[in-house]
Structures are given as C-alpha cells and as structure tokens.
Design a protein around this ligand. Sequence first.
Ligand SMILES: CC(=O)N[C@H]1[C@@H](OP(=O)(O)O)O[C@H](CO)[C@@H](O)[C@@H]1O
Ligand SMILES: [Mg+2]
Length: 501
Amino acid sequence: MDLDAVTKQSVLHAKPDGLILQYGTAGFRTKAEHLDHVMFRMGLLAVLRSKQTKSTIGVMVTASHNPEEDNGVKLVDPLGEMLAASWEEHATCLANAEEQHLPSVLVDISEKAAVDLHQDAFVVIGRDTRPSSEKLAQSVIDGVTVLGGQFHDYGLLTTPQLHYMVFCRNSKGQYGKATVEGYYQKLSSAFVELTKQAFCTGDDHRTLKVDCANGIGALKLAEMKHYFSQGLSVQLFNDGTKGKLNHLCGADFVKSHQKPPQGIEMKANESCCSFDGDADRIVYYYHDADGQFHLIDGDKIATLISSFLKELLVEIGDGLSLGVVQTAYANGSSTRYLEEVMKVPVYCTKTGVKHLHHKAQEFDIGVYFEANGHGTVLFSKAAETKIKQLAKESEDEKRKAAKMLENIIDLFNQVADRQVISTTDAERQVVTPPGLQDAINDLVKKYRLSRAFVRPSGTEDIVRVYAEADSQENTDSLAYEVSLAVFQLAGGIGERPQRGF
Ligand SMILES: CC(=O)N[C@H]1[C@@H](OP(=O)(O)O)O[C@H](CO)[C@@H](O)[C@@H]1O
Ligand SMILES: [Mg+2]
C-alpha cells in the first residue's frame, strides 16, 4: 500500500471535522454534500475486500428511497450479497477516521482481516440518477486507483443489476454475462418461458403500468421492455423527465401512504406497480371496479410466490424444504396465513435485506420479502441440481413442474439521538429506555388483533413506529399513542407527534 499517495489523495476528499457516520441498514446514507470522503474511503475498502476475498467487489452509489438531496454507498460481496457484518465495522472505522489516522486505520484493517496486499483487486461500480451520484462515483474510483485496484465503471445501473454483475464476474460468467444485455436476456427469457408454461389461453397479452419513482428504473426498464416480446407490454410512468426522484411516487410512498402515486393513470383492474429510487423494491396495486385501492406489498408477494412454489414442489415430490423470511413489519395476518393455512415455516429477522438473505440461505428454497417490497427467492445449489435433473429425466407432469421451477430459478436475481432506543427479538421488543416496552404493551392491549413496535431507523435520523389493528381507525390511534409514548419516554424533541401524521 502506498500510504503516502493515499494521504495526498485523501486531502482532495477531506473528511469534515467531527462528522460521524454509521454503516447502517444498507450502507452509509446522508446528505450528499457530506459523503465525498466516505466514497473515497469505500473505494479504498473495496480494494482491501477484493484482495482478501480474491474476488470482484461491487460498490453502489445510491440512497434508494431517500430524497434526491441524499446519497449513499453500499458494498457488494463476491456472491452478490451485502457486505459481511465484520467488514461493516471496518467500513465504519474507516469512514470516521480523522485525516491523520487514515493510514494507520488502513494498516489495522489489513492486519485484522489478514489481507494479502500482493493480491490483485477488481472493483465494479454502479450509480443511480441523483445529480450528486456521478461525482461521488468518481471519488470511489479515486479511492480504488490510489490503492492500485483495477475497476470497471458501469455508470448508471439499478442496485439489482450491480449485484448481478458482481456475481457474474465471480462465477466466471456461469451465472450470466456481466453486461446489461446479459441481464436483460437472462431474466426476460426466463420470464417469457415461464409465462408460456404457466398462463392459460386468453391471458397471453398483458399490460403492466410501472411507476419508476423518477429514478434509474425508468432508464433501465425502457431498455429491458423490448426483451419481453409480445407476452408483456410495459408502460412507464414517473420516468424522471418531469418529476423529482421519489417525490409523491415510488414504492416507499405507495406502501407508507397506502395509495397510488401521483403521475399514473389507473383504470379499474389494471395491473400497476412501483419501484423505488434504485429499483430494488417493487409493490403492485390496482383499483377494483368500485374504485377501491388494493396493494400487493412484499407480504402478499411472498405469500403468492410461496403458494406457487409449494404447488410445484408437491408436483415434483422431492422433499425440498421451503421457508419464508419476514421482518417485524410483516402484517400479522400474512404470517398467520403462511403458517396456519399454507403450513410453511416463517422466520422473523431484523430489518434490512442482509438479515433476511442470510436466514433464507438455510432452506433448499428460501423466499424472503420485506413488507416494503425488497425481496427474492434463493435456491440452494443442491435444490438447483435436483430441479435441473428432474426437468431432463422425469415423467410428464413432474417434468413440467420441474421446468417451471428451472425458469423460476433464472427469473429471480438471487444475488441485498435515535440510538437511545435499543431493541431485541428481531427488533420487536424495546430494551431501552426503561418503561417504553411496558407502555407499548399496555397500549396494544386496548385494541383487537393489534401489534406495535418501535426501532431507530438505519437509513434516516428518525425513530420508526409500526402499528397494526383490526381497522384503519384503530391502527391510526394506536400508532399515535405509541408515538406519544416514544416522545415522552425516549426524550423526544421539537413538536409533539400529531394525530394522523
Ligand atoms: C421500515 C422500512 O421500510 N425500513 C427500510 C429502511 O430501513 P430503516 O432502517 O428502517 O431506515 O430502508 C432499508 C434500505 O432500503 C430497507 O431495507 C428497510 O426495509
Ligand atoms: Mg432501494
């Protein structure tokens, strides 16, 4: 490591004095103007991680569903998963080191993680459409090059595409071609094949209206839609030509307001969906003939996918295990339905794709979704081999089911001070401050079929309050009462929470 060169370059990406940031639920996130040094340093860290794993590492510049003025960065590990937890700590140390300590922190990380500094390093970089992203991606590149790493800058990419590129490169192309065309080809041909197998006659022409949150999803879907042939016609809305990123649109808006985004025309029973700012979330919705809005969020998507998979697994009869992973934000009825009606085991992890992904890897087939629309299905290597074999060798009905599963494998890109509040039990119970959990328990008891919990966000400087109950009115009241308890017992500042916030 040429530490003198690092010190010299770092002056051009100086850390604002006293600024402390945490590698949170999905990397670093804050106002874009505070992130230049973090980007440079994540370039440095990506090189060390690449040397240590002897693999390509990804860096994605995005702040996902957060406002346009924010930005963020996350690292992607060799198999396309989120950065390992032990390296999140290194990331936080490196991002917070004062200028003069930067060289020693780099040496320290290399020693602790037993990085072979003679090894080559390769880093791939992607970014979303935020005005600040291009310059910040250049700072990542500066960090990579000063430590002698090689890189490929993909420029504008969705988060799932960057995960895909990393895995393709590390599987030496076996997973697919590490290009955007490779991505479109792989996923669209699996989709087209599967719809041929699964649809009944009469549904062979489908239209889907897509709210792209005025983000990167619009650019990439505009390219990808030509690959679906005639089986699916895609119409783009909120494509970034007029509106602001994530403003009054996108998956987060639709999920948290439980209403359609602005900028989309919906007729009765038309299928619509929304991405978030980096297109790694999706929620579907429609208006019925009476104008009632119906949301198919992550919980419902997980349920639909699991029931489809379960039918196919029964058909192939091969005893492969199926499990569903959710977070505390999953609606209680979806958990009950999966466990009691579908008889599928359900597990709850902390918020954030990295936690769900990890748990889902324990099954032959692991379905995981956050209620807000992040999710995928993971197939173990053993399950994939069995399915491929059955698709070739077995009898008619079995073979048909196995062939569908084979396409499903390819369809999923398998590659994911508020701190006074601390939590346990997959974030469903408050540990500190004392008294807050008792207060929540008392409030929950007042309502039927109710649940509530609170936790500090890992992407924004806020405390999130979750509530569910038997009616909208009761849910709103419970949410209001819990937020008052938080305000009183966790040292709330500023205005007291208002009813119907
Ligand atoms: C309740 C909620 O939606 N939380 C989101 C949000 O995390 P917070 O730690 O809650 O801010 O952003 C994460 C990254 O996009 C996403 O994984 C997660 O589900
Ligand atoms: Mg996102």
